[in-house]
Design a protein around this ligand. Structure first.
Ligand code: IPD
Ligand code: CA
Length: 267
Protein backbone atom coordinates (compact mmCIF):
# COMPACT_ATOMS: atom_id res chain seq x y z
CA UNK A 1 0.00 0.00 0.00
CA UNK A 2 1.32 3.44 -0.95
CA UNK A 3 0.87 5.27 2.35
CA UNK A 4 -0.58 4.12 5.59
CA UNK A 5 -1.06 6.73 8.25
CA UNK A 6 -1.38 5.85 11.94
CA UNK A 7 -5.04 6.91 11.72
CA UNK A 8 -5.71 4.32 9.02
CA UNK A 9 -4.04 1.64 11.14
CA UNK A 10 -6.38 2.50 14.00
CA UNK A 11 -9.39 2.33 11.67
CA UNK A 12 -8.33 -1.03 10.21
CA UNK A 13 -7.83 -2.50 13.69
CA UNK A 14 -11.24 -1.24 14.86
CA UNK A 15 -12.94 -2.64 11.74
CA UNK A 16 -11.26 -6.05 12.18
CA UNK A 17 -12.30 -6.30 15.82
CA UNK A 18 -15.91 -5.30 15.11
CA UNK A 19 -15.88 -7.56 12.02
CA UNK A 20 -15.10 -10.59 14.20
CA UNK A 21 -18.03 -9.72 16.43
CA UNK A 22 -20.42 -9.32 13.46
CA UNK A 23 -19.21 -12.55 11.85
CA UNK A 24 -19.90 -14.46 15.10
CA UNK A 25 -23.35 -12.90 15.41
CA UNK A 26 -24.13 -13.55 11.74
CA UNK A 27 -23.69 -17.29 12.35
CA UNK A 28 -26.35 -17.07 15.04
CA UNK A 29 -28.70 -15.01 12.82
CA UNK A 30 -28.58 -17.71 10.15
CA UNK A 31 -29.91 -20.16 12.76
CA UNK A 32 -32.68 -17.75 13.78
CA UNK A 33 -34.26 -17.60 10.31
CA UNK A 34 -36.55 -20.50 11.14
CA UNK A 35 -37.80 -19.04 14.43
CA UNK A 36 -41.20 -17.32 14.27
CA UNK A 37 -40.00 -14.44 16.42
CA UNK A 38 -37.25 -13.73 13.90
CA UNK A 39 -33.85 -12.23 14.52
CA UNK A 40 -34.79 -8.53 14.88
CA UNK A 41 -33.80 -7.94 18.51
CA UNK A 42 -30.69 -10.03 18.15
CA UNK A 43 -29.57 -8.02 15.10
CA UNK A 44 -30.15 -4.69 16.87
CA UNK A 45 -27.93 -5.97 19.67
CA UNK A 46 -25.27 -7.15 17.18
CA UNK A 47 -25.29 -3.70 15.54
CA UNK A 48 -24.85 -1.97 18.90
CA UNK A 49 -22.09 -4.38 19.93
CA UNK A 50 -20.18 -3.59 16.74
CA UNK A 51 -20.66 0.13 17.24
CA UNK A 52 -19.43 -0.04 20.82
CA UNK A 53 -16.26 -1.83 19.75
CA UNK A 54 -15.51 0.69 16.99
CA UNK A 55 -16.30 3.66 19.16
CA UNK A 56 -14.10 2.46 22.01
CA UNK A 57 -11.17 1.76 19.70
CA UNK A 58 -11.41 5.05 17.79
CA UNK A 59 -12.20 7.33 20.71
CA UNK A 60 -9.47 5.73 22.81
CA UNK A 61 -6.88 6.31 20.07
CA UNK A 62 -8.10 9.84 19.16
CA UNK A 63 -10.13 11.22 22.09
CA UNK A 64 -10.34 14.75 20.66
CA UNK A 65 -12.09 13.80 17.41
CA UNK A 66 -15.82 14.15 16.84
CA UNK A 67 -18.18 11.28 16.05
CA UNK A 68 -21.07 10.86 13.64
CA UNK A 69 -22.58 7.40 13.54
CA UNK A 70 -25.79 5.62 12.70
CA UNK A 71 -26.42 4.21 16.15
CA UNK A 72 -25.65 7.01 18.59
CA UNK A 73 -25.76 10.76 19.22
CA UNK A 74 -23.36 12.96 17.34
CA UNK A 75 -20.37 14.12 19.42
CA UNK A 76 -18.60 17.39 18.67
CA UNK A 77 -14.90 16.83 19.31
CA UNK A 78 -12.44 19.13 21.06
CA UNK A 79 -10.75 19.15 17.67
CA UNK A 80 -13.55 20.62 15.53
CA UNK A 81 -11.70 19.87 12.29
CA UNK A 82 -11.76 16.08 12.54
CA UNK A 83 -14.52 13.53 12.99
CA UNK A 84 -15.21 9.86 12.52
CA UNK A 85 -18.20 8.96 10.34
CA UNK A 86 -19.20 5.38 11.09
CA UNK A 87 -21.79 2.82 10.07
CA UNK A 88 -21.13 -0.28 12.20
CA UNK A 89 -23.49 -2.42 10.11
CA UNK A 90 -24.40 -1.31 6.60
CA UNK A 91 -26.74 -3.80 4.97
CA UNK A 92 -28.78 -4.46 8.11
CA UNK A 93 -31.67 -6.03 6.20
CA UNK A 94 -29.30 -8.49 4.53
CA UNK A 95 -27.76 -9.37 7.90
CA UNK A 96 -31.22 -9.87 9.41
CA UNK A 97 -32.20 -12.24 6.59
CA UNK A 98 -28.99 -14.26 6.69
CA UNK A 99 -27.74 -12.80 3.39
CA UNK A 100 -23.92 -12.58 3.52
CA UNK A 101 -23.58 -9.07 2.09
CA UNK A 102 -23.03 -6.39 4.73
CA UNK A 103 -20.20 -4.13 5.85
CA UNK A 104 -18.58 -1.94 8.44
CA UNK A 105 -17.87 1.55 7.13
CA UNK A 106 -15.43 3.92 8.86
CA UNK A 107 -14.35 7.32 7.50
CA UNK A 108 -12.14 10.02 8.93
CA UNK A 109 -13.13 13.50 7.87
CA UNK A 110 -10.76 16.48 8.12
CA UNK A 111 -12.02 20.01 7.43
CA UNK A 112 -15.09 18.72 5.69
CA UNK A 113 -13.31 16.19 3.48
CA UNK A 114 -12.89 12.42 3.94
CA UNK A 115 -9.16 11.69 4.15
CA UNK A 116 -9.07 8.02 5.25
CA UNK A 117 -11.58 5.25 4.67
CA UNK A 118 -12.15 1.60 5.52
CA UNK A 119 -14.99 -0.68 4.41
CA UNK A 120 -14.83 -4.24 5.71
CA UNK A 121 -17.01 -7.05 4.36
CA UNK A 122 -16.64 -9.67 7.11
CA UNK A 123 -18.50 -12.45 5.25
CA UNK A 124 -16.26 -12.31 2.18
CA UNK A 125 -13.19 -11.16 4.09
CA UNK A 126 -12.64 -8.16 1.86
CA UNK A 127 -11.11 -5.03 3.37
CA UNK A 128 -11.33 -1.93 1.17
CA UNK A 129 -9.14 1.00 2.24
CA UNK A 130 -8.12 4.38 0.87
CA UNK A 131 -6.27 7.49 1.91
CA UNK A 132 -6.50 10.80 0.13
CA UNK A 133 -3.83 10.88 -2.57
CA UNK A 134 -2.67 7.33 -1.79
CA UNK A 135 -4.95 5.21 -3.97
CA UNK A 136 -7.49 2.58 -2.97
CA UNK A 137 -6.88 -1.07 -2.16
CA UNK A 138 -8.72 -4.30 -1.41
CA UNK A 139 -6.73 -6.74 0.72
CA UNK A 140 -3.56 -4.94 -0.46
CA UNK A 141 -4.45 -5.18 -4.16
CA UNK A 142 -4.77 -1.82 -5.91
CA UNK A 143 -8.26 -0.88 -7.05
CA UNK A 144 -9.13 0.63 -10.39
CA UNK A 145 -12.54 1.50 -11.82
CA UNK A 146 -13.77 -0.30 -14.93
CA UNK A 147 -12.94 1.01 -18.40
CA UNK A 148 -16.34 0.27 -19.98
CA UNK A 149 -17.68 3.01 -22.24
CA UNK A 150 -20.90 1.58 -23.61
CA UNK A 151 -24.14 1.77 -21.69
CA UNK A 152 -25.15 -1.56 -23.27
CA UNK A 153 -22.24 -3.28 -21.46
CA UNK A 154 -22.58 -1.48 -18.14
CA UNK A 155 -23.86 -2.90 -14.86
CA UNK A 156 -25.11 -0.33 -12.38
CA UNK A 157 -26.10 -0.53 -8.74
CA UNK A 158 -28.65 1.46 -6.79
CA UNK A 159 -30.66 1.43 -3.62
CA UNK A 160 -34.40 1.22 -4.24
CA UNK A 161 -36.16 3.26 -1.55
CA UNK A 162 -38.17 1.26 0.96
CA UNK A 163 -40.53 1.93 3.87
CA UNK A 164 -41.60 5.57 4.12
CA UNK A 165 -38.94 6.99 1.79
CA UNK A 166 -40.42 9.54 -0.63
CA UNK A 167 -38.12 8.97 -3.62
CA UNK A 168 -39.52 5.62 -4.79
CA UNK A 169 -41.39 7.12 -7.80
CA UNK A 170 -38.35 8.93 -9.22
CA UNK A 171 -36.14 5.88 -8.67
CA UNK A 172 -38.64 3.68 -10.51
CA UNK A 173 -38.67 6.15 -13.42
CA UNK A 174 -34.87 6.07 -13.52
CA UNK A 175 -34.90 2.27 -13.51
CA UNK A 176 -37.42 2.26 -16.36
CA UNK A 177 -35.15 4.56 -18.38
CA UNK A 178 -31.88 2.80 -17.59
CA UNK A 179 -32.74 -0.87 -17.60
CA UNK A 180 -33.55 -1.20 -21.31
CA UNK A 181 -30.21 0.34 -22.30
CA UNK A 182 -27.72 -1.31 -19.91
CA UNK A 183 -26.59 -4.83 -19.02
CA UNK A 184 -28.32 -4.79 -15.65
CA UNK A 185 -29.06 -2.94 -12.43
CA UNK A 186 -28.33 -4.56 -9.06
CA UNK A 187 -29.80 -3.80 -5.64
CA UNK A 188 -27.56 -5.71 -3.25
CA UNK A 189 -28.48 -3.73 -0.11
CA UNK A 190 -25.29 -2.09 1.13
CA UNK A 191 -24.48 1.38 -0.17
CA UNK A 192 -20.97 1.17 1.31
CA UNK A 193 -20.22 -2.01 -0.66
CA UNK A 194 -21.91 -0.57 -3.77
CA UNK A 195 -19.34 2.25 -3.77
CA UNK A 196 -16.48 -0.15 -3.00
CA UNK A 197 -17.61 -2.27 -5.96
CA UNK A 198 -17.52 0.76 -8.27
CA UNK A 199 -13.94 1.24 -7.06
CA UNK A 200 -13.19 -2.41 -7.85
CA UNK A 201 -14.60 -2.13 -11.40
CA UNK A 202 -17.33 -4.66 -10.57
CA UNK A 203 -20.06 -2.08 -11.11
CA UNK A 204 -19.65 0.64 -13.72
CA UNK A 205 -21.73 3.07 -11.70
CA UNK A 206 -23.93 3.55 -8.65
CA UNK A 207 -26.58 6.06 -7.65
CA UNK A 208 -28.91 6.47 -4.72
CA UNK A 209 -31.19 9.04 -3.09
CA UNK A 210 -32.09 9.61 0.55
CA UNK A 211 -28.97 8.06 1.96
CA UNK A 212 -27.07 9.13 5.04
CA UNK A 213 -23.51 10.42 5.46
CA UNK A 214 -22.38 7.19 7.17
CA UNK A 215 -23.66 5.10 4.23
CA UNK A 216 -21.38 6.93 1.78
CA UNK A 217 -18.50 8.72 3.55
CA UNK A 218 -15.88 5.96 3.32
CA UNK A 219 -17.15 4.78 -0.06
CA UNK A 220 -16.80 8.23 -1.61
CA UNK A 221 -13.05 8.31 -0.93
CA UNK A 222 -12.48 4.68 -1.93
CA UNK A 223 -14.33 5.21 -5.24
CA UNK A 224 -12.54 8.50 -5.96
CA UNK A 225 -9.11 7.08 -5.17
CA UNK A 226 -9.81 4.23 -7.61
CA UNK A 227 -10.52 6.78 -10.35
CA UNK A 228 -14.30 7.19 -10.15
CA UNK A 229 -16.12 10.46 -10.61
CA UNK A 230 -18.38 10.97 -7.63
CA UNK A 231 -20.89 13.82 -7.26
CA UNK A 232 -24.32 14.59 -5.95
CA UNK A 233 -27.31 14.08 -8.24
CA UNK A 234 -28.00 17.74 -8.86
CA UNK A 235 -26.49 18.73 -12.22
CA UNK A 236 -24.36 21.82 -12.44
CA UNK A 237 -23.42 21.97 -8.78
CA UNK A 238 -19.91 21.50 -7.46
CA UNK A 239 -19.24 18.06 -6.00
CA UNK A 240 -17.95 17.71 -2.46
CA UNK A 241 -19.70 17.90 0.86
CA UNK A 242 -22.91 18.56 -0.99
CA UNK A 243 -23.43 14.81 -1.40
CA UNK A 244 -23.49 14.24 2.30
CA UNK A 245 -25.59 17.33 2.92
CA UNK A 246 -28.10 16.54 0.18
CA UNK A 247 -28.17 12.78 0.78
CA UNK A 248 -27.87 11.72 -2.84
CA UNK A 249 -24.96 10.42 -4.87
CA UNK A 250 -23.81 9.22 -8.25
CA UNK A 251 -20.47 7.49 -8.83
CA UNK A 252 -19.14 5.97 -12.05
CA UNK A 253 -16.09 5.31 -14.14
CA UNK A 254 -15.14 8.53 -16.03
CA UNK A 255 -15.83 6.96 -19.45
CA UNK A 256 -19.49 6.47 -18.73
CA UNK A 257 -20.18 9.02 -16.01
CA UNK A 258 -21.84 11.74 -18.14
CA UNK A 259 -24.02 9.32 -20.11
CA UNK A 260 -25.08 7.63 -16.90
CA UNK A 261 -25.71 10.79 -14.93
CA UNK A 262 -27.73 12.34 -17.75
CA UNK A 263 -30.21 9.45 -17.48
CA UNK A 264 -30.82 10.18 -13.81
CA UNK A 265 -33.63 12.48 -12.89
CA UNK A 266 -31.96 15.43 -11.16
CA UNK A 267 -34.31 17.13 -8.70
C1 IPD B 1 -28.88 0.96 4.06
C2 IPD B 1 -28.09 0.27 2.97
C3 IPD B 1 -28.89 0.20 1.70
C4 IPD B 1 -29.35 1.56 1.25
C5 IPD B 1 -30.09 2.30 2.35
C6 IPD B 1 -29.27 2.33 3.65
P1 IPD B 1 -28.45 0.17 6.58
O1 IPD B 1 -28.13 1.08 5.26
O2 IPD B 1 -26.89 0.96 2.69
O3 IPD B 1 -28.18 -0.36 0.62
O4 IPD B 1 -30.20 1.41 0.13
O5 IPD B 1 -30.34 3.62 1.90
O6 IPD B 1 -30.04 2.93 4.65
O7 IPD B 1 -29.80 0.59 7.07
O8 IPD B 1 -28.43 -1.23 6.16
O9 IPD B 1 -27.34 0.54 7.52
CA1 CA C 1 -26.16 2.16 6.39
Amino acid sequence: MAIQTPALNVMVAAARKAGRSLARDFGEVENLQVSVKGAGDFVSAADLRAEKIIREELMHARPAYGWLGEESEEVKGKDPTRRWIVDPLDGTTNFLHGLPHFAISIALEHKGEVVSAVILDPAKEEMFVAEKGGGAFVNDRRLRVSARKEMSEAVFATGVPFGSKRTLPITLKELARLMPQCAGVRRFGSAALDLAYVAAGRYDGFWEREIQPWDMAAGILIAKEAGALVTDLSPGKAPGLDMMERGDIVAANPNIFEKFRSELGGD
